[in-house]
Write a protein that binds this ligand. Sequence first.
Ligand SMILES: C[S@@+](CC[C@H](N)C(=O)[O-])C[C@H]1O[C@@H](n2cnc3c(N)ncnc32)[C@H](O)[C@@H]1O
Length: 154
Amino acid sequence: MLAQAPKPTVRADARALPFPDESFGAVTALWMLYHLPDPESAVAEARRLLRPGGLFVASTNSRHDSPELRHLYSIGQISFDAEIAPEMVGRHFDKVAVHSWDAPLVHLPDRNAVRDYLVGRFMPRDKAESAAETVETPLDVTKRGVLVFARRLP
Ligand SMILES: C[S@@+](CC[C@H](N)C(=O)[O-])C[C@H]1O[C@@H](n2cnc3c(N)ncnc32)[C@H](O)[C@@H]1O
């Protein structure tokens, strides 16, 4: 991803970024905070990096995402989902707005597509292959999630 991104790029932990306070006008954390056991430390770090008036944007899935396939996989409790994201971000920012979605946004035309989708939900490929055999296709999957916009006020 970094090789293909516009330069300059830096690879670093979102909880301890190698930049001085108030370095940026905007910081995003798109579909990544749920990888952290302690996402709130990365939210606090984003605030540290923002200039007064700066914008923070985070996105994540709902715990009720993909209901048509949810009986096939379990990803357990995640550390940053749509249900807790606005409150967690709000503990560090002054003004929070939420844009959410709940619609059949992903079309899976056949069982290979279902298998690949399940692999993307952390299911081992062999299990995804056999699970996909139980699904009627084509299938439209309901996507649920949020974008959280937050400002660091001047
Ligand atoms: C699902 S990808 C999302 C990538 C990109 N933001 C996008 O929306 O296409 C999750 C990203 O989180 C990054 N990541 C995981 N743990 C991280 C951490 N502690 N600090 C910074 N990035 C991390 C991974 O390297 C990966 O690029």
